[in-house]
Design a protein around this ligand. Structure first.
Ligand code: UD1
Ligand code: UDP
Length: 381
């Protein structure tokens, strides 16, 4: 009898990072791979499912406009009950740090189904930053039987916390996903991106959506971006604006109608990866972009006070810019006006993975079920 592995995810970044794993599991003879979407995101999730040709076996479709953390959590928990009773998986996989991740793991725990946590062990050790992600990720560590830590430092965090279960160092699956999306001859379906002069202009790819940045921090970030564009005539900003109403209102208010700032709809993941590959630099508060851009040699200014991804900061490709106007303007100015500063940061580094994370995770799952003799060798950069 095949072991039944159910991947539970609900937001765009989880889907991007779980997609290659869902496929890898399906290719393993002793395993059956099922996909349960919570639908915490709708359009942004469906777009990833299409790009990677994935099909959901279950879809809880929980998204509501202006949803609260409690509504995401309770609707997921309630919805998972019937799914777990019907499918009876042998293992549940969750990814990362969203409310889907936490509620998915909790639902599995309530049904005494073991949990595998993909992208485990990242920490800021600040409960409120990122909020609520730091607590989501930490709480899942207590529930998980298998911890798939992308880096050695992530695994070390888990060991220090003495979590139960097995820890594997696997690399991040996002690097696996990028193997299939980035192409030199890629043609965008977003016409603006085909028209943009990536050679003659310096294009900044911007994203910003985190809950702890809502309100004043986000306003200050956007005012800084506006100043940067207005003081550098060859700079263009492309900002695919997240569908969250809190983000969209603020972006429209602060950046709407400003020359050379392009507010566009969220783009498909292959478009985003190819945009990063062609841009001059990235400004973001996203987790995933901090991993993707360094792999493509693009400097990143992180629009947050802290990061749970210190590896690329140590490698010199990523700088923590914070959320204050002056500091963001100063750091972007250095990158745009001082070629040696730019050159030092624009080096391709891959501390997060080698593109084989999914293989290691699938091997580890086979080992756990006694289908393979040896544990996978750890990822080392
Ligand atoms: C969530 C995650 C965050 C992750 C982010 C990725 C939590 C608490 N937060 O934050 O960790 O970084 O996803 O993008 O789990 N919306 C749509 N369509 C979509 C997606 C969102 O309309 O496809 C709108 C809805 O009005 C929704 C709102 O965006 O209520 C916010 O979505 P939500 O998942 O609550 O928060 P995110 O900021 O997306
Ligand atoms: N992304 C995308 N389209 C966009 C913006 C981002 O496909 O318009 C991708 C991006 O390349 C990365 C992921 O979405 O892989 C990051 O998701 P997000 O910033 O929403 O969440 P986070 O990583 O911060 O949790």
């Amino acid at each position: 009898m095949k072991r039944r592995i159910m991947s539970v995810f609900g937001t765009r970044p989880e889907a991007i990072k779980m997609a290659p794993l869902v496929r890898e599991l399906a290719d393993r003879e002793g395993l059956e791979s099922l996909c349960c979407l919570t639908g915490q995101h709708r359009q942004m999730l469906d777009s990833v499912m299409e790009v990677f040709h994935l099909r959901a076996d279950y879809d809880l479709n929980i998204m509501q406009k202006q949803q609260t953390l409690s509504s995401i959590t309770t609707r997921t928990l309630m919805g998972m009950e019937a799914v777990l009773e019907e499918a009876k998986p042998d293992l549940i996989l969750v990814h990362g740090d969203t409310s889907t991740t936490f509620a998915g793991a909790l639902a599995a725990f309530y049904h005494k189904i073991p949990v595998g946590h993909v992208e485990a062990g990242l920490r800021t050790y600040d409960k409120y930053s990122p909020y609520p992600e730091e607590m989501n990720r930490t709480l899942v560590s207590d529930m998980a039987a298998l911890h798939f830590a992308p880096t050695a430092a992530n695994a070390e965090n888990l060991r220090k916390e003495a979590v139960g279960g097995e820890i594997f160092i696997t690399g991040n699956t996002v690097i696996d996903a990028m193997k299939t999306t980035v192409r030199k001859d890629f043609r965008f379906s977003t016409e603006l991106l085909n028209r943009l002069d990536f050679e003659g202009r310096r294009v900044i790819a911007l994203t910003c959506h985190r809950r702890e940045n809502y309100g004043k921090p986000m306003e200050d970030i956007f005012r800084a971006v506006r100043h940067i564009v207005e003081s550098h005539p060859d700079v263009e900003v492309v900002y695919p604006v997240h569908l969250s109403p809190a983000v969209r209102d603020c972006a429209q208010r602060e950046l709407g109608g400003v020359a050379r700032i392009h507010l566009i709809e969220p783009v498909d993941v292959d478009e985003m990866h190819n945009l990063i590959a062609r841009c001059h630099l990235v400004m973001t508060d996203s987790g995933g972009l901090q991993e993707e851009a360094p792999a493509m040699g693009k400097p990143v200014l992180v629009l947050r006070r802290e990061t749970e991804r210190p590896e690329a900061v140590a490698a010199g490709t990523v700088k923590l810019a914070g959320v204050e106007y002056e500091q963001i303007v100063r750091l972007a100015g250095e990158l745009l006006e001082q070629p040696p500063v730019y050159a030092r940061m624009a080096r391709a580094v891959n501390p997060y993975g080698d593109g084989n994370a999914c293989q290691r995770i699938a091997d580890a799952i086979e080992w756990y079920f006694g289908l393979r003799k040896d544990r996978p060798a750890p990822f080392a950069p």
